[in-house]
Write a protein that binds this ligand. Structure first.
Ligand SMILES: Cc1cc2nc3c(=O)[nH]c(=O)nc-3n(C[C@H](O)[C@H](O)[C@H](O)COP(=O)(O)OP(=O)(O)OC[C@H]3O[C@@H](n4cnc5c(N)ncnc54)[C@H](O)[C@@H]3O)c2cc1C
Length: 590
């Protein structure tokens, strides 16, 4: 059993990772592998064969595919058995999300239904609400959507204007307002709607489709994920019974934000599935396509792309499974302590909210990189709708926008970290002081890096020192003003993301150092650390130069230089070994 229960959220920054106890995709059990195969069969046979029909909005197709997914149990993975689900653990949920998550527009319908549509009822509903809706949601007989965003309030979700007023008889709330960009709105039976009671108490309601006063606008004409239903939803004198309130009056933000933590994790898991599919397509195409008398996969420029796509995918997998298991273990621990399903599930996701936010950014950006280079590898055929990369490219882009834009998530990463530090949940002060002391002292030469991975372990520790140095100084110097210095916050967030991804890839590689392909995995980690160090150096410099001056600036720049030093490696040769294995396997084989 993994021991990640001892790891508190955000503490990766102040303590070294533990390879042996880090969960990796190689550690999935027999049942999870069977569920993986079943989900893959459904995705390949039912979804990837119908991508055009889905994107052309063939009437009734997406709802019927959701029902098929329901018949196979794919909608009720996290729903308890008494409500018609399968009560599987969080890691099993990740297995399914990764596979179905690669299925373009359908995956968005699936995520909105099983995630933001179903989970608010599962975690915040009364017993009556759960019995009324969950069995239908778990089988797909009912479809769900989540209405938070409005034309005037997206990132600033709490500025919503939709209003709810209790009628004179005291029996119904009357909803008035407008929601925007609502996934599944075209066919959903159940809408989770956020409105302000009397214009002030932000509250969630369960609203059924046939409620008079609820109407759905036309389908939006979108850049990508064309087959997912996205419409405005209007509420005009829409009377919902008092018992349609979900959770407590005035506590809608707790539902909205807690559900988003899980949504962010899931988005990253889905992006991981997308990366793997597009990368495999690109490898196969590169092997098949002949130019200048040879397959294009023999060209260094293409090998560079394939290796970089694989490195980012590998790191994303490592980071996703690491966090999936943190959440899984924490949920089990909280359940053992007597917490309810809702308390345990939400508590676990909230504990790792920093990790969920950073994965959302890393996952969506890795996917965008992979599909972009995928199009490039396909050349002109990448621009053709006859080939898979054009759709992958269009469909990936939304991921940087929804579930909190990547800017909002970057801000949240640092904000949540500083709040945790201020509340004493993680001790950043002691290690930050140690870094300060180290900076003042004479640099230690340390032990020579003779052991396997010792240089990499040291590099990751140094990345963390660089973050503590920059973030610590920024807090000291700017204090309350820091929240308005978004460029610094973005730079620090990038340093944190790079560090977490590189460490996760390293831990996975160390854990499986004896397995097949170990040399190429090691090469991937070395390339990743080399490039991450350069990016961390650049981000650190940007931050330091914007708030420090004189001696302090000079000392910090020297410190940054020291902390971002890593071995000088021939990354070209390393990348070639990574690419050679991909080309030989003819798929993503890490
Ligand atoms: C296809 C699709 C499906 C969607 N599905 C749903 C759904 O099912 N339910 C739902 O409720 N919503 C849904 N959304 C809405 C989505 O969550 C919002 O679009 C998103 O939160 C961004 O809000 P916005 O579009 O109003 O952009 P804005 O908030 O106006 O942001 C515009 C830009 O400004 C930046 N920005 C905003 N505030 C700040 C800040 N404080 N600091 C720095 N930068 C900032 C943003 O990062 C962004 O780059 C969906 C959207 C799309 C496109």
């Amino acid at each position: 059993m993994e021991k990640s229960i001892n790891i508190s959220g955000g503490s990766f920054l102040i303590q070294p990772g533990d390879a042996e106890n880090t969960f990796t995709p190689e550690d999935l059990n027999e049942e999870q592998r069977m569920i993986h195969d079943m989900a893959l069969e459904f995705t390949d046979n039912e979804l990837f064969t119908r991508l055009d029909e889905i994107d052309n909005h063939e009437p009734g197709l997406v709802p019927s595919l959701l029902e098929k997914a329901g018949e196979l149990g794919l909608l009720g993975v996290s729903v308890p058995e008494e409500y018609g689900g399968f009560a599987k653990d969080f890691n099993t949920g990740t297995v399914v999300t990764e596979i179905v998550g690669a299925a373009h527009a359908f995956s968005v319908a699936y995520s909105a239904h099983t995630g933001i549509g179903t989970l608010p009822i599962l975690y915040f509903g009364t017993e009556e609400q759960k019995q009324k809706y969950l069995p239908g949601l778990a089988t797909g007989q009912l479809k769900a959507s989540y209405c938070l965003t409005e034309p005037g309030s997206g990132s600033d979700a709490l500025a919503a204007k939709t209003k709810a007023v209790l009628n004179a008889e005291g029996t119904h709330y009357i909803l008035d307002g407008q929601k925007m960009w609502i996934t599944n709105a075209g066919f959903a039976d159940v809408f989770i709607v956020f409105a302000k009671i009397d214009g002030k108490d932000f509250t969630a309601f369960i609203v059924e489709r046939n409620t008079p006063g609820l109407s759905v606008g036309a389908e939006e004409n979108k850049m990508g994920i064309k087959g997912s239903s996205t419409c405005q939803v209007f509420f005009e004198n829409c009377a919902v019974p008092k018992d349609a309130i979900l959770g407590e009056i005035g506590r809608g933000h707790v539902i909205a934000f807690n559900i988003l933590n899980i949504g962010r994790y899931k988005l990253s898991a889905a992006a991981m599935g997308g990366c793997k599919r597009s990368l495999t397509n690109a490898i196969r195409y590169a092997n098949e396509r002949q130019q200048f008398g040879k397959s294009i996969s023999s060209f260094g420029a293409i090998q560079y792309k394939l290796s970089e796509m694989a490195i980012r995918t590998y790191a994303l997998e490592a980071a996703n499974w690491r966090v999936s298991n943190y959440i899984d273990d924490r949920k089990k621990l909280l359940t053992e302590e007597g917490k309810s399903l809702a308390e345990a599930s939400l508590g676990a996701a909230e504990e790792y909210a920093i990790e969920c936010a950073l994965l959302k950014v890393a996952g969506s950006e890795a996917l965008d990189y992979v599909v972009d280079e995928g199009v490039q590898i396909y050349g002109g055929y990448g621009f053709s709708e006859e080939y898979p990369l054009a759709r992958a490219y269009r469909d990936a882009r939304i991921n940087r926008i929804f579930e909190g834009t990547n800017e909002i998530n970057r801000l949240l990463i640092v904000d949540m970290l500083l709040k945790r530090a201020m509340k004493g949940q993680i001790d950043m002060m002691t290690p930050a002081m140690e870094v300060q002391k180290e900076l003042m002292g004479i640099p230690e030469m340390g032990e020579p890096d003779t052991d396997a991975f010792s240089a990499e372990v040291k590099a990751i520790a140094n990345m963390k020192k660089a973050i503590l140095m920059v973030a610590g100084a920024a807090v000291q110097k700017l204090m309350m003003q820091l929240k308005d210095e978004q460029e610094i916050l973005m730079a620090v967030a990038d340093m944190i993301i790079d560090t977490f991804m590189a460490e996760s890839a390293l831990l996975r590689t160390m854990k499986h150092a004896e397995s097949e392909g170990a040399a190429e995995r090691e090469a991937m980690v070395q390339v990743l650390i080399t490039d991450a160090m350069d990016r961390i150096n650049k981000s650190g410099k940007t931050a330091i130069m914007s708030f420090a001056t004189g001696d302090e600036q000079r000392m910090m720049l020297l410190g940054l230089k020291r902390f971002t030093k890593y071995r000088m490696l021939n990354t070209t040769a390393l990348r070639r070994t990574v690419a050679a294995r991909l080309i030989e396997a003819d798929n993503y084989c890490y």
